[in-house]
Design a protein around this ligand. Sequence first.
Ligand code: NAD
Length: 333
Amino acid sequence: MRKVGIGVAGVGRMGRIHAVDLVSRCAKAGLACIYDADRDRAAALAAQLDVPVAASFTELLDRSEAVVIATPTGTHAELTVAAARAGRPVFCEKPISLDRATTLVTIEAVEAAGVPFQVGFHRRFDPDWVAAAERIAAGELGRVTLFRTSLRDMNPPNPAFLAGSGGFFVDVTVHDLDVARWLVGEVVEVSAHGAASDPAFAELGDIDTAVVVLRFANGALGVIDNSRSARYGYECSTEVMGTLATARIDNPHRSGLEWRTPGAATRDIVRDFEERYPYAYAAELDAFAECVRTGAPPRVTGRDALAAFDLAVAADESWRTGRPVAIPQGVNA
Ligand SMILES: NC(=O)c1ccc[n+]([C@@H]2O[C@H](COP(=O)([O-])OP(=O)(O)OC[C@H]3O[C@@H](n4cnc5c(N)ncnc54)[C@H](O)[C@@H]3O)[C@@H](O)[C@H]2O)c1
């Protein structure tokens, strides 16, 4: 089967993972071309992967059947709209924009262009999470009573990234908020507390540690804990308790090797999202390629991304005001 030729815009932390996956891991999607505003970075990766490098985003579109947008968040909307208007299906990293109105305009522009549009919530494609979601949806867990999830980075990203990230809740917690909607259902109220353990975050008006409490429409409660600098490693784990069963996804070890010495046993743990999700990042691009080929709607849509963004903004508001924020229902349909 011929692979869908995908161009990648932005080959920093995340775009490089996508480019490498398209070359080496994906079964249905292949790498057509790469483009980055930093020409040296693009040229170095193009040489390493032996793929063409475009001199502009327009040239990337010309050389690709579909595109991945992995540039800084503030550029996603403009590039997504340009790609959709050129008739190219778009896979866009999360979040779509730092601003609700722009997010909505982007979704509407893509819908008007009639091209597939998928957003990068990779956990929806990870085998463990998918298996849990299927069993929860099949009713095996009964009525969900409690959702608990942790997302913690080992080390914070560089200051230049942080400045354009949109802040902690929009950049980090948004992943857990998407998972909360996916596994449990719509959220009706968000309460959040945040702290800056590192003064560098306070100087940016941002935080590096947060706890978010959710109330779901179905009566379940949720708690999310997030950190930018867990120091011991990267953690992404979840638990969904129900009246019949509990689903738990723990962080896997980095390898199967356990090193035993008298009275101690040590195993490596994963250090970042690339090590934690080798399958999910490739699977989300294969699923996107399948949508490009068949025209089927993506598993994670722009409207899903908007709903998660709204919850992240509500968490931000709750942290700043110290009050719970009610979530209006049915606004993103
Ligand atoms: N899904 C995930 O797990 C995940 C993880 C990390 C980052 N992200 C998202 O991916 C996006 C990129 O994050 P990152 O950490 O890779 O950032 P990064 O700063 O490491 O990389 C961004 C790259 O885009 C390039 N760039 C900047 N403006 C550009 C433009 N207009 N056109 C082309 N290239 C441009 C930069 O030179 C850089 O190489 C962000 O939206 C972030 O939220 C998602």
